[in-house]
Ligand binder design. Structure first.
Ligand SMILES: C[S@@+](CC[C@H](N)C(=O)[O-])C[C@H]1O[C@@H](n2cnc3c(N)ncnc32)[C@H](O)[C@@H]1O
Length: 385
């Protein structure tokens, strides 16, 4: 006789595993009509139409009569409004309510910037190490592209400046422009680069690359030197196809025929698909905590989704939440259900052909590529018309 797996029932009905355990206990005590069977001394639920009907009924009853301890009402604290501007506040609220996600980009503020620094220092992610290796291998090719002349380094999503460090060391960078959404990341980056290269000209540029047109930002800005646009650390892999398309096109439009664009990607190798645990050490839950979610009680799911070719980290809420926000003097209340799945991290993986197609679609032409088994760095210029 076929039996049901608790985690699958939980997923299908939007419940947590503990609730299924309670249903089984109630079935043993005759408090519901679920059909059970003993397999290797364990009581399991029989896979039958009757059980699915009964499970659906129990889940509905649970929703109606959820005790108040299974629901938490939170008033989002002042810190949230001081950290994020109005537009970001709206986006975070809309994302939670509709997309059921907290966009990774907001994670890099405040505590997130400190955790990112630690993660880089302790070399938790092999991506960082491999990107460093790829950059070292491409230094000669970069120099060759600019014919040993000076260029500006425009570092999009600069992190703490580690990848830029390698390039600036070559003494060809006229001006270093660190760009990031997080003011805290920008400060760390500026400090780090300044400590290593006190004479380097450094500028910081604070913007969200998903919203700003890089063309308006940089075309009028640039001095007479050509530009090296860099998008390292496989940050592109955290973005959906729609966002990647916007961003790559935005970079293309900002480029001149003498410029070079460097980008790194995670390849769709078995090692990359199965290496998941590192993200648990790279992300802490400071932002969900700030929003009032009891993060020590949530279940964490880290998995590779074969259909979307995306690694994800989701949290499953242990209770329902009523979140009270005050945005621009207006009350906004959102409700999240118990066992609701909230996505905190996405990381897509790609075949080399998929990467080349996306770059071509954005109007770029491959100049060179350098790869390890699992990651690739691509240098591109504007495609000839
Ligand atoms: C994975 S880290 C990579 C950092 C660095 N490039 C490296 O290779 O070490 C991603 C960086 O991009 C920034 N970032 C993410 N989304 C962004 C956005 N929409 N606009 C601007 N910066 C963003 C983050 O704040 C973070 O510094």
């Amino acid at each position: 006789m076929m039996t049901l797996v608790n985690s699958q029932i939980a997923k299908k009905l939007g419940l947590n595993k503990a609730t299924i355990g309670n249903y089984i206990q109630d079935a043993i005590e005759g408090k519901n009509s679920l059909q059970t069977i003993k397999v290797n001394e364990k009581v399991k639920l029989v896979d039958s139409p009757h059980n699915w009907l009964e499970l659906g009924r129990l889940a509905e009853v649970g929703k109606k009569y959820r005790p108040s301890s299974a629901q938490k009402s939170v008033t989002v604290p002042e810190k949230f409004y001081t950290l994020f501007d109005d537009e970001s506040q709206f986006e975070i609220i809309r994302d939670l309510e509709i997309e059921k996600q907290i966009d990774l980009k907001y994670y890099y503020y405040k505590e997130g910037a400190a955790v990112w620094n630690q993660a880089i220092d302790s070399k938790v992610s092999f991506i960082t190490l491999e990107v460093e290796e790829l950059l070292r291998k491409s230094l000669g090719l970069i120099c060759g592209h600019f014919n040993n002349h000076k260029y500006n380094l425009i570092d999009i999503g600069c992190g703490n400046g580690q990848p830029a460090d390698l390039i600036i060391e070559q003494k060809q960078v006229a001006s270093y422009i660190a760009c990031d959404i997080s003011p805290d990341i920008l400060q760390n980056c500026k400090q780090f680069i300044h400590s290593k290269f006190p004479n380097q000209q450094i500028e910081t540029s604070h913007f969200d690359f998903q919203k700003v047109s890089l063309e308006t930002h940089f075309k009028s800005w640039t001095n007479k030197n050509p530009n090296l646009f860099m998008f390292a650390g496989n940050t592109i892999c955290n973005h959906t196809k729609h966002d990647r398309y916007y961003l790559l096109n935005s970079i293309t439009r900002a480029m001149d025929k003498h410029d070079l664009f460097l980008i790194t990607y995670t390849l769709d190798t078995d090692k990359n698909k199965s290496s998941l645990s590192y993200v648990r050490n790279m992300l802490n839950y400071w932002l969900p905590s700030l929003l009032g979610i009891d993060t020590e009680k949530v279940e964490t799911e880290v998995r590779y989704n074969h259909e979307t070719k995306c690694k994800e980290l989701n949290i499953l809420l242990d209770k329902a939440y009523v979140m009270n926000f005050q945005v621009q003097n207006q009350d906004k209340v959102i409700k999240l259900d118990q066992s609701e799945k909230i996505n905190l991290w996405k990381h897509y993986v790609f075949s080399l052909n998929e990467i080349i197609d996306e770059l071509k679609d954005a109007g770029l032409q491959l100049s060179f590529s350098v790869a390890t088994n699992d990651n690739v760095l691509i240098g591109c210029r504007l495609a000839l018309k």
